[in-house]
Design a protein around this ligand. Structure first.
Ligand code: FNR
Length: 350
């Protein structure tokens, strides 16, 4: 893990009440998947090329239409208001200043329109399929109207996985309903209407493709599911196990990525998240065929440690580390990696 990310994580742990920290840190079940996330990337080894003139390394990429300083995005995570008084508004500012892209969670502590106003760069909106499906559509429509460049449908959460630690979201009722409340019909029980819809299917994904922006499917761990999502209209795939918060003992994403990349076969962008903590982790993901990665908890700890400035610093540090890793591997850009960069044999799985 990059030193700055470790320092920010320590500061966040020291500053936050223990149960609040645990809400963000925890995994589900016995936290097996959470525990293996970082190790998945550490298993791979490089075969660097030498004497390639790496005096100019440029980490910038375009993802769909979005220009990015590096192929590193901010993953959608719930309730930033528990980490910083400005919540997602601070995250959006910090992300924009780093030339990155925020995927705003459906469970945002701040109004979608306020986060949009604070964003200085591209941002996307994550959609949960809620028990009242009209709520999900209201949110998606509002986000697109406010400028979201894509929707990200989270497909791994038919039910919310039971967490190992922490006492549930550290938010008030007002925060919980800041975006949803106005769309609830009078007399509806908010908890019931905003719970996850376990009956969602590929049709649910297809239905979301009429909003005028590309739709990513987030939470895919298999090539066959990726192909089904593309057939249903998805414009891209995000390989994810939800940061080890859904099905515990699900495979790590470094393991799942090659199967999805092979199945998608270049037809759509493939992104990945989970346990990415350095530029070398990003390089490994790119070498395995990802177009970009997303950071979850490192951004939460950065926000708690130092607000928008902390978020910018974390993203800048990963970008700088990626530039160094690219140069030392013999590459000048994320899209120009040497063939055969990864060794065939990696240390055995733990
Ligand atoms: C998440 N994640 C998540 N995903 C999503 O699609 N919608 C959400 O609202 C949330 N909320 C959320 C809260 C918290 C506290 C965490 C830690 C995670 C999952 C997230 O997008 C991402 O998949 C993982 O966090 C990536 O793993 P790392 O980087 O945290 O290891």
């Amino acid at each position: 893990m990059l030193r700055l990310l470790a320092e920010q994580a320590r500061t966040a742990r020291d500053r936050l009440p223990a149960d609040v920290h645990d809400y963000y840190a925890t995994g589900s079940g016995e936290e097996v998947t959470l525990g293996e996330a970082e190790a998945g990337w550490l298993r791979h080894r490089y075969r660097p090329r030498v004497l390639r003139d790496v005096s100019h390394v440029d980490t910038a990429v375009r993802l769909l239409d979005a220009p990015l300083a590096a192929p590193v995005l901010v993953a959608p995570t719930a309730f930033h208001g528990g980490l910083h008084p400005d919540g997602e508004v601070a995250t959006a500012r910090g992300t924009g200043a780093a030339g990155s892209l925020l995927v705003l969670s459906s469970r945002s502590s701040r109004r979608i329109e306020d986060v949009a106003a604070a964003a200085t760069g591209p941002w996307w909106f994550q959609v949960y399929v809620l028990a009242d499906p009209s709520l999900s559509r209201h949110l998606a429509r509002r986000a697109v109207a406010a400028g979201a460049g894509a929707l990200v449908l989270t497909v791994d959460t038919p039910y919310t996985g039971t967490k190992a630690r922490g006492g549930g979201p550290p938010v008030t009722d007002r925060e919980y309903l800041v975006n949803l409340g106005e769309h609830l019909a009078a007399g509806t029980d908010p908890d019931t209407a905003t719970s996850q819809d376990p009956a969602c299917t590929l049709d649910t994904l297809h239905d979301l493709t009429d909003q005028g922006v590309p739709v990513f499917a987030k939470g895919v761990l298999r090539g066959d599911d990726a192909v089904d999502c593309l057939s249903a209209g998805a414009a891209g795939i995000i390989v994810s196990n939800h940061g080890g918060r859904q099905l515990d003992r699900a495979v790590d994403t470094a393991y799942a990525l090659p199967d999805v990349v092979a199945a998608v076969a270049g037809r759509a962008p493939v992104l990945v998240d989970g346990g990415i903590r350095s530029g070398r982790d990003v390089l490994t993901a790119l070498a395995l065929g990802a177009d970009a990665v997303l950071l979850g908890r490192p951004i939460l700890w950065a926000l708690a440690a130092d607000g928008a400035t902390g978020v910018t610093a974390a993203l800048d540090a990963v970008r700088t580390d990626l530039a160094e890793a690219l140069a030392l591997a013999g590459a000048t850009s994320p899209t120009d990696l040497p063939d055969g960069l990864l060794a065939d044999t990696a240390p055995p799985r733990p």
